[in-house]
Write a protein that binds this ligand. Sequence first.
Ligand SMILES: Cc1cc2nc3c(=O)[nH]c(=O)nc-3n(C[C@H](O)[C@H](O)[C@H](O)COP(=O)(O)OP(=O)(O)OC[C@H]3O[C@@H](n4cnc5c(N)ncnc54)[C@H](O)[C@@H]3O)c2cc1C
Length: 335
Amino acid sequence: MQVSVIGAGVAGLACALEFAERGVEVEVLERAAHPGAGCSYFAGGMLAPWCEQENSGPLIARLGEESLAWWRARFPGTIVNGTLLVAHGRDAAELTQFARRTTHFEWLSAEAVAALEPELAGRFAQGLHFRDEAHLDPRAALAALSTRLRELGAELRFGVEVSAGMLRGRHIVDCSGLAARAQLAGLRGVKGEMLLLRLADLSLARPIRLLHPRIPVYVVPRGDGLFMVGATMIESDDGERVSVRSMLELLSAAYALHPAFGEAQIVEIGTGVRAAFPDNLPRLHRAGQTLYVNGLYRHGFLLAPALARRAAQVLLAGAHFPEVMDEDPRQRRLA
Ligand SMILES: Cc1cc2nc3c(=O)[nH]c(=O)nc-3n(C[C@H](O)[C@H](O)[C@H](O)COP(=O)(O)OP(=O)(O)OC[C@H]3O[C@@H](n4cnc5c(N)ncnc54)[C@H](O)[C@@H]3O)c2cc1C
């Protein structure tokens, strides 16, 4: 069997790798000049199945836990240091609320927060630690997947915009994100703005989420004094501009986490548009020779491996996974 994968974002590369590892002849077609040029470029790279229970159901936690093991086996840059959640005194109730909706954490005292992240000593009275969660640098991870794919003989073709009918006769796995909106009813864009800051004087070992009733923000350390700050969640498919308000909120939140961020350099300001179905759950959808893998929403790195594994089993073994498959995505609108 020969498989053509459309899109070299995290979904496309993970799918391609699942096929290549099974000995399938696979090519990846990407309209941009390099891998991860779509939404994947802007991700925080948090692999946080249990934190994400706060805004999603058990399916995301289950698929995410499965994906954690996949990343650890395939990308040595996967760092398993957990996730730390903190809140300032007036927002302490947010921590309790978060704890009610999630599992796999432990409460930390102020001393324990300081032991875990010495730079935060004296700043927070308590915290929640999700010790089994991980993070990675998305751009490095996608480069590593691309290298591995080439080692396995897969072809990665950049600057190729796939149009209707171009791949007639081939098995197609469409991982084109929001670009598949015309084929997948209900797919919408959720804008996410982010910053990359450089601050040599601060050292954090894990993603820190600062809870706030209106503006929850996280900071993900990328090493070498780089920190990703994210992310807004706006019902919009405008991937062009970052608003003044978002910028103010992200920077204020970083500063509220630690005033040292006041001296940080702004290295990058970015906007990605997450593709999501109405229920914010991912979907594998079959239409003729094409299998769509889409709707990864705010969980693309967390979910792509588990979805890719299922995509391979659907195409190669005719498997069916009702948890992520239906016959017609339009049915979801009615649900
Ligand atoms: C600010 C922000 C922070 C995030 N943080 C996290 C996080 O911490 N953890 C996490 O798990 N997720 C996170 N996400 C979500 C994650 O980034 C997305 O879920 C994921 O990137 C979706 O990947 P994808 O491969 O489906 O889509 P994309 O990355 O958009 O890839 C689709 C690719 O298809 C290509 N393409 C489209 N049409 C064609 C065509 N016709 N021919 C050829 N190529 C085509 C595009 O150029 C693109 O490269 C975040 C998202 C944002 C915006």
